[in-house]
Design a binder for this molecule. Structure first.
Ligand SMILES: Cc1cc2nc3c(=O)[nH]c(=O)nc-3n(C[C@H](O)[C@H](O)[C@H](O)COP(=O)(O)O)c2cc1C
Length: 420
């Protein structure tokens, strides 16, 4: 069987053909027919689990049956066929009833666009500047844990895909490849995401390591004193498979094994429930890297972040994975933007699967967006090429949306793009 993988280049589309078995081997999921049979059940659930809030997404395998993966939702439907059920449940799942997970998408779907016509859109300028560095487009890769669950080379494949697509990857503390090895695999700038560890000396050393390896920004995740009630992980018995480790945490006894709290406590050994604003000030004093706080939804918290010296805030509900019934991030965005009042950039993640989502986020005041699951689907399906392809699909959709709403530059994308 031949899988056509359309690899988009800036000047058009070329098609690469590899055999299905070769492809599966390269993803690390090929272990004979049994693996595929087991994964068939995952595929059946994929439309739902891929946050299928739109009728198009609920159509099951229709698009992928042709073998052509045209959009991010096609990748979402194809991804579970390329990984273990446990891995799929881990990346696609949310907390409790998964309402925030769904709302993240539904809120984007509900927003309508107001086009302006007869504008010269023959040249589109999608560049944004963050902390003195230019990004070709307002899309970054959000920090996500355990990429080896999706693809055998893990974060090495992701960073190559990010470089190919020209976007910045935020490497997770919970990566399955060390931050140094990820940095060695690219010549492009990287950001590091920090989960402050209960061992403060270890945390201090981790920040120093990121600086030494050349990371250009530090993203401290502040929405996770504990993890949420992730029942898909419970039901699938999530634990790191043998041979996988939290490579950045080598030296701590939490480097291997489960991340979930045991039944009789809500606390996870990998997270610090004592983290407060005091520690953020401490981290600020340790590094000159731009510091971003990730996981802010409340306007007053955003103000406090600026006061404590954050160079940016990321509006996020952790992809609906922690506290269920938090609002969609695009609904929380305007309050944060208004309170921050331009003092630092406001970024947003959660539910972004379309270029129009990026346009809407920018219209509501975001400087840039981050994608999480979208690129993990690409990673699972096609490694570095899959990551690059997903980013290119989103970029292309974003550019189309700019052209079709008559906005030729980022600064022309203001609130008037949203149909009121
Ligand atoms: C599988 C997975 C693992 C994640 N791991 C981390 C992590 O290690 N650190 C972190 O700050 N956020 C983590 N997140 C949250 C993402 O950074 C981001 O907020 C979220 O994925 C955005 O939503 P989206 O997946 O709908 O794009 C994770 C999300 C997913 C889906």
């Amino acid at each position: 069987m031949v899988i056509p993988l359309a690899i988009e280049k800036s000047a058009g589309i070329c098609t690469m053909e590899i055999s299905r078995r070769e492809w599966l081997r390269s993803t690390g999921v090929w272990a004979g027919g049994a693996t595929l049979a087991a994964n068939a059940a995952n595929v059946a659930n994929a439309a739902n689990a891929a946050n299928a809030a739109t009728p198009a997404a609920a159509g099951g395998l229709v698009a992928s049956e042709s073998g052509v993966l045209a959009d991010v939702l096609d990748y979402a439907r194809a991804a579970p066929g390329h990984m273990s059920k446990m891995g799929w449940e881990y990346i696609s799942g949310g907390a409790a009833d998964e309402l925030s997970l769904r709302w993240n998408r539904e809120s984007y779907d509900r927003l309508r666009l107001r086009p302006r016509v007869l504008v010269d859109v023959s040249q589109l300028d999608t560049r944004v500047t963050l902390f003195g560095r230019e990004h070709a487009c307002p899309i970054l890769l959000a920090p996500t844990a355990y990429h080896k669950l999706s693809y055998a080379e893990g974060e090495i494949a992701t960073v190559r895909g990010a470089a190919a697509a020209g976007v910045t990857m935020v490497v997770s503390t919970s990566a399955t490849v060390s931050l140094e090895e990820v940095a060695q695999a690219t010549t492009k700038p990287l950001w590091f995401q920090l989960y402050v560890q209960p061992d403060r000396e270890f945390t201090r050393a981790l920040i120093r390591r990121a600086e030494t390896a050349g990371y250009q920004a530090l993203v401290v995740t502040v929405d996770s004193p504990v993890l949420g009630a992730r029942y898909r992980e419970t039901r699938s018995g999530f634990t790191l498979p043998p041979g996988m480790e939290r490579a950045n945490l080598r030296g701590l006894k939490t480097a291997t094994g489960g991340h979930r709290a045991t039944e009789n406590t809500i606390y996870s050994a990998l997270l610090d429930p004592r983290l407060t604003w005091k520690e953020i000030a401490w981290i600020r004093s340790l590094t000159n890297l731009p510091l971003l706080l990730k996981g802010i939804l409340d306007g007053e918290d955003a103000v406090r972040a600026v006061e404590v010296g954050a160079a940016g805030v990321i509006v996020s509900n952790h992809g609906g994975r922690n506290l269920d019934t938090l609002p969609a991030t695009v609904d929380a965005l305007p309050e944060v933007v208004s309170k921050v009042a331009g003092r630092v950039p406001v970024l947003v993640d959660g539910g972004i699967r379309r270029g129009t989502d990026v346009l809407k986020a920018i219209a509501l005041g975001a400087t840039a967006t981050l994608i999480g699951r979208a690129y993990l689907y690409g990673l699972a399906v096609g490694g570095a090429e899959g990551v690059a392809r997903v980013v290119n699909i989103l970029r292309r959709e974003f550019e189309m949306a700019m052209a079709l709403t008559g906005r030729s530059s980022i600064k022309a994308i203001d609130a008037s793009v949203i149909w009121k």
